[in-house]
Design a protein around this ligand. Sequence first.
Ligand code: MTE
Length: 315
Amino acid sequence: MPMRWNPEIHPDEITPEGLFRQRRQIMRAAAGVGVGALLGLDPWHALAAAGKDLPDVRSGVVTTADKETPFLSATTYNNFYELGLGKEDPAKWADHLVVDPWSVTIDGAVGRPGRVALDELLRPHPLEERVYRLRCVEGWSMVIPWVGFPLGDLLKRFEPGGSARFVAFETVHDPERLPGQSRDILAWPYREGLRLDEAMHPLTILAVGMYGKGLPNQNGAPLRLVVPWKYGFKSIKSIVRITLTEEQPVTSWNAHAPEEYGFYANVNPAVPHPRWDQSKERRIGTLWRQDTLMFNGYGEQVARLYEGMDLTRNF
Ligand code: MTE
């Protein structure tokens, strides 16, 4: 059962902090080696790729009591088409993504547009852990402890103008290194978008890490979006551009197959995808299927954003 949203409850109030961390590390290490071996991957590869230590991560809000997905599953079963179509490809080809140096352009309807080096972009934002469910449109789900900060805090710094209604995001475009971008799968670079009120919602974060460490490349290093009430494809990886717009931006999957992937992509068990039933999901690491929750269980926090909208048309 999902726990009721309570921003006041921190994981260290449920379990003493030291014990909580220790228990999680042991579980992760044990689970990771098993999954890696099953997939025929070197279990240490993903660990080695998993970025740097992060400074001062606060234990933030816990939005689910569900068991965390083992680290190795979350880092070896990925969707990142720039690094291949198979679920294990992104971990295998992770080194092709060069994340240092990295900068992000913030432009469009903002008072202070510019291209900012990653360090400078992150400096004012305290990092916190957010344990979120992630539901993929393909019918599987995970529970991931992200490390990040609210996207809204970053947007405010760049002063959104009165005409801004949407936020568009772009992934790095580097076909010489990213093998998937030479294939005609999507119109590259990968693009995503949110309505401005969705982007400003406190549950929407930019993640720079997971499981207490920097993001592995296969999970979207060095900076990715996480919107927990939407299907996983909205959570764009390896972001290099954030643009505030007046018009609804073009997004990759919606442009590719509009009848299959809506702009909103809110998790909705009542609206089936043409190829996947959305009423159930399989939690990675388990064999059975469980009910999918409206808005992925975050309805209490986000349903008001969609009041008066027909969610079968605006899927
Ligand atoms: N971002 C980019 N740039 N390219 C992608 O192929 N896949 C999306 C999303 N972000 C994708 C992306 C999809 S379909 C999902 S389900 C999530 O990333 C998966 O995130 P994870 O691999 O960290 O679980």
